[in-house]
Design a protein around this ligand. Structure first.
Ligand code: TTP
Ligand code: MG
Ligand code: MG
Length: 350
């Protein structure tokens, strides 16, 4: 048995908690909308804002168009990382056998913890209560016989949901769901499958009509997995305690710029923020990667590796700036986007 947990509208919910007057009104976390002229995207929004069609990844200008009266907040990653750490500490108390998927999402291996679905449900219920008690945040939990079923189950009653899908009910449970609920089926795969069956808006049960051979012909190796997935099966393992491999941050300028002062001060600021985030991992870094996108959208990355060291602002900035300056001197074009990323040392891997 597997339990999947995902925090509800995570960044936005944390902001609501920090400032209750954001509750009950549309709240969007992401780039500055600049009265509709902003260039970035929506990170997430609360459910009130979702009623206006706003969602993660949408252009912030589109979101503003849909709901100019919403409250727009910048991404405060340091805050969300801190909250995320607290949540994972609570999860760890329930079980050491978990996989961290993202800041707000985890799979927990229930084998050895629960003997039946009733016990599993209690564990899910307790975990939700614990998180709410300690962090005043809601999450949604799904329980199933494998990762895929657990994940689809956790989506079922969001927000603040708890859904248990017993082994015998899994097939029926997924039948009427969109094929997009299967992890890894995105718009491209959906389109290819739509062509095979000659229709759109495919449900999971529709895919059961496609032979394994045909799925493999169209999708390659992934076709074999999908053949199993649509039958409720999923052999993917819980990847226990995957450590964060890297942390980075990038920024798109409001206007492409060649101004050295602006570029350097922005880069310094980015380095500082990345250092702040990297520090919370309490592990040394071994590589710094710099990314630069120019006005023509050509994007270049340069990296440097060194003996593992503490991720201080000074180190990250010094290593990064050298790479950046080399790149800028060579290209001499206005800059659209700057990014910096650090890669952690993994030689201490268990
Ligand atoms: P999700 O769990 O996908 O979304 P969510 O928690 O905001 O909403 P839901 O209730 O549907 O789970 O992502 C977790 C956080 O990751 C989200 O709060 C913000 C961030 N995020 C982005 O910054 N950009 C993205 O495109 C997505 C999908 C998420
Ligand atoms: Mg979430
Ligand atoms: Mg998530």
């Amino acid at each position: 048995m597997v339990l999947h947990l995902d925090m509800d509208y995570f960044f936005a919910q944390v902001e609501e908690r920090e400032n209750p007057r954001f509750k009950g009104v549309p709240l969007v976390v992401g780039a500055d909308p600049k009265k509709g002229k902003g260039r970035g995207v929506v990170s997430t929004c609360n459910y009130e804002a979702r009623k206006f069609g706003i969602h993660s990844g949408m252009a912030i200008s589109k979101a503003y168009e849909a709901c100019p009266e919403a409250i727009y907040l910048p991404v405060n990653m340091e805050l969300y990382s801190r909250v995320s750490e607290n949540i994972f500490r609570i999860i760890e108390k329930v079980s050491e056998k978990y996989e961290k998927v993202s800041l707000d999402e985890a799979y927990i291996d229930l084998s050895g913890l629960a003997e039946n679905y009733k016990q599993a449900e209690r564990i899910g219920c307790d975990l939700k209560k614990l998180i709410f008690k300690k962090e005043k945040l809601t999450c949604s939990v799904g329980i199933g016989e494998n990762k895929m079923i657990a994940k689809i189950a956790s989506e079922e009653d969001k927000p603040d949901g708890l859904k248990v899908v017993k082994a015998g009910d899994a097939l029926k449970f997924i039948s009427q769901k969109s094929i997009r609920e299967i992890p890894g089926i995105g718009p491209k795969t959906e389109k290819k499958l739509g062509i095979i069956l000659g229709k759109s808006g495919l449900k999971i049960k529709d895919l059961r009509a496609i032979s394994k051979k045909q799925l493999v012909d169209v999708l390659g190796k992934r076709g074999e997995e999908i053949y199993k997935n649509v039958r409720g099966e999923d052999d993917s393992e819980i990847d226990l305690k995957t450590k964060t491999k890297s942390i980075g941050k990038e920024i798109t300028f409001d206007q492409d710029t060649l101004d050295p002062e602006k570029i350097i001060s922005t880069f310094k600021n980015l380095s500082q923020r990345v250092a702040g985030m990297a520090k919370t991992e309490e592990r040394p870094i071994k590589t710094v990667v710099v990314t630069c996108r120019f006005e023509n959208f050509n994007t270049y990355s340069r990296q440097v590796s060194f003996k593992p060291r503490k991720p201080t602002k000074g180190l990250i900035y010094k290593k990064g700036a050298k790479l950046l300056l080399k790149l800028l001197a060579k290209k001499l074009k206005p800059v659209r986007l700057l990014g910096i990323r650090v890669i952690f040392d993994e030689s201490d891997k268990e």
